[in-house]
Design a protein around this ligand. Structure first.
Ligand SMILES: [Zn+2]
Length: 274
């Protein structure tokens, strides 16, 4: 017996619209997945669309930690569906916290606001592909050979407590064969930051992505930030500041380059204190 069905868009993109019912496993209303694919998941029921994506990543051995970008697995169209599912889940959290979201006017719609905020704002860097940073050649006779230091404002979130992390990154490099637009440094830094992060990891992530975009081997990233998880809870430290540094190439090996980088940061801070 064959029937019309909607194949799961991720797992069965190549199958046609006819299928033998017993070869497929129902996922949701009209979405089915090949029963054989389910076997590797030991019969785990993919009741939610988010689970379909989660298991696809597991099968591909793709890491999906809070700080990882998973844009290859989530389309713009998928996001609406994922926001619906996350809304349901946040409703449950509010219920479990004994908040009357039916009668409290300020809590009506909070679950959806949270779901949208996570996907579109505070964790947007997980679901969006890398910013497009067009590289311009820097290979003429009078090419720029000096140090470039860009100050980028950051908003992030710690993956331990989902509390805000606010600060600045100073990105310094000796220009290689190509240059990118100045705003791109900040776009890349913010794309790395808008996830669940640890400041130490974030510093590494920014260094790696800037190296990828510019080809620069000599570079440094310095971040200073305040952490909501230290300010609003726990030790309640309202003026603590965390500093992290990643140095590569000449920034690490040559004392003068390193000094020039930190002198530049000091000059920037005199001009625009945090
Ligand atoms: Zn934290």
């Amino acid at each position: 017996m064959t029937e019309k069905f909607t194949p799961d868009p991720i797992l069965n993109e190549k199958v046609d619209k006819e299928f033998k019912k017993d070869e497929y496993h129902p996922l949701g209303k009209e979405v089915y997945v090949k029963a054989a694919d389910m076997m590797s998941d030991k019969g785990y029921k993919e009741a939610y669309f988010a689970d379909v994506i989660r298991f696809k990543m597991k099968r591909d051995k793709k890491r999906f930690w809070a700080g990882d970008n998973i844009s290859d697995y989530v389309t713009e169209e998928d996001k609406a569906k994922l926001i619906d599912e996350a809304t349901e889940a946040f409703e449950l959290v509010l219920d479990r916290l004994l908040i009357d979201r039916e009668n409290d006017p300020n809590s009506q719609g909070t679950a959806r606001r949270l779901a949208k905020m996570y996907f579109n704002e505070i964790m947007a860097g997980r679901y969006e592909p890398a910013p497009n940073a067009t590289a311009f050649p820097n290979d003429s006779q009078d090419r720029y050979e000096g140090m470039l230091v860009v100050r980028s404002e950051l908003r992030s979130m710690c993956s331990h407590h989902h509390q805000p992390v606010t600060g600045v990154a100073y990105i310094g490099l000796i220009a290689a064969e190509k240059l990118i637009g100045l705003s791109k440094y900040t776009r890349i830094a913010q794309w790395c930051a808008r996830r669940g992060t640890l400041q130490e990891e974030l510093c590494n992530d920014i260094a790696r992505e800037i190296q990828k975009a510019t080809g620069a081997k000599d570079l440094g990233v310095y971040i200073q930030a305040v952490h909501g998880c230290c300010e609003n809870r726990g030790i309640m430290a309202h003026s603590s500041l965390t500093q992290t540094t990643v140095l590569k190439g000449a920034f690490k090996e040559d004392g003068n380059t390193k000094k020039e980088f930190f002198d530049n940061i000091k000059l920037q801070q005199e001009f625009a204190p945090r």
